[in-house]
Write a protein that binds this ligand. Structure first.
Ligand SMILES: Cc1cc2nc3c(=O)[nH]c(=O)nc-3n(C[C@H](O)[C@H](O)[C@H](O)COP(=O)(O)O)c2cc1C
Length: 225
């Protein structure tokens, strides 16, 4: 009898262990194979390109550069970009449309123009759908857009003004991804670039990697493996 009870206990223990090992498998598989990741970027002066290169290597992702067919170089180019950004104008980009069907994760890397996503990225989002895709926004700019987030409602009015202004603009960027392009926005990361060396930009990007990976549910394995 005692022999039978021992056997029964062993069998139950083996079954429980087996169940424990088997059950997490589907969700683990889903987490590590969330599909391919595509980084879509526009860069006027090379900083977003550098950030995209770091992300590409670390996420094992594909990269799509959006080129602005308007000349944005020099002072005139800067002024034109400021004008287009301020008045929400559009531009001509290459490519206008892209086959995004192989990708379930999209990382949009853009410089901040007038506290919004850059005009070429807006134009690209107007022409492409991101339905069903998990989207991370990765912006960079002269300033840290989170700088004013620390101010509560007792802060001087000017700080509250900037906090609410930048909050509104960041919400506008998220709404562009969800409303205009139909994507599933999950996270906004930002890197400050003013007077930063390439090394510092790379380091700041790497610091944000865990945020990007967890937002895209990329755990132990690399995305495209
Ligand atoms: C037209 C224009 C508007 C900009 N507006 C802002 C802004 O509102 N806030 C900010 O922090 N940086 C702003 N910047 C600075 C860029 O976001 C910053 O230099 C960025 O790192 C450049 O990235 P890129 O080299 O990929 O073009 C602006 C730059 C341009 C050209």
């Amino acid at each position: 009898m005692q022999y039978l009870i021992k056997r029964l206990r062993k069998t139950i223990a083996a079954l429980t262990l087996g169940l424990f090992l088997l059950l997490p498998l589907p969700s683990f598989a889903a987490d590590t194979a969330t599909g391919k990741t595509l980084i879509i970027y526009y860069s006027r002066t090379g900083k977003s390109r550098l950030i995209s290169q770091v992300l590409q290597k670390e996420l094992n992702a594909q990269v799509l550069e959006i080129k602005d067919l308007k000349n944005r170089s020099g002072t005139l180019g800067y002024a034109g970009a400021g004008f287009d950004g301020f008045f929400d104008r559009h531009t001509t980009v290459d490519p206008t449309k892209a086959d995004l069907s192989p990708y379930s994760n999209i990382v949009i890397v853009s410089p901040i123009w007038n506290w919004k996503l850059s005009t070429p990225i807006h134009t690209f989002l107007d022409n492409n759908r991101l339905d069903g895709k998990t989207v991370v926004l990765f912006t960079n700019g002269n300033n840290d857009i989170r700088k004013y987030e620390q101010y509560d409602d007792n802060a001087p009015w000017i700080k509250r003004f900037f906090r609410d202004y930048i909050r509104g603009k960041s919400k506008g960027s998220r709404d562009y991804v969800t409303g205009t392009a139909g994507g599933n926005y999950v996270r906004h990361c930002h890197v400050e670039t003013l007077e930063a060396s390439n090394d510092q930009i790379m380091q700041r990007t790497i610091k944000q990697l865990d945020n990007v990976k967890s937002a895209l549910s990329i755990k132990t394995a690399k995305a495209n493996q």
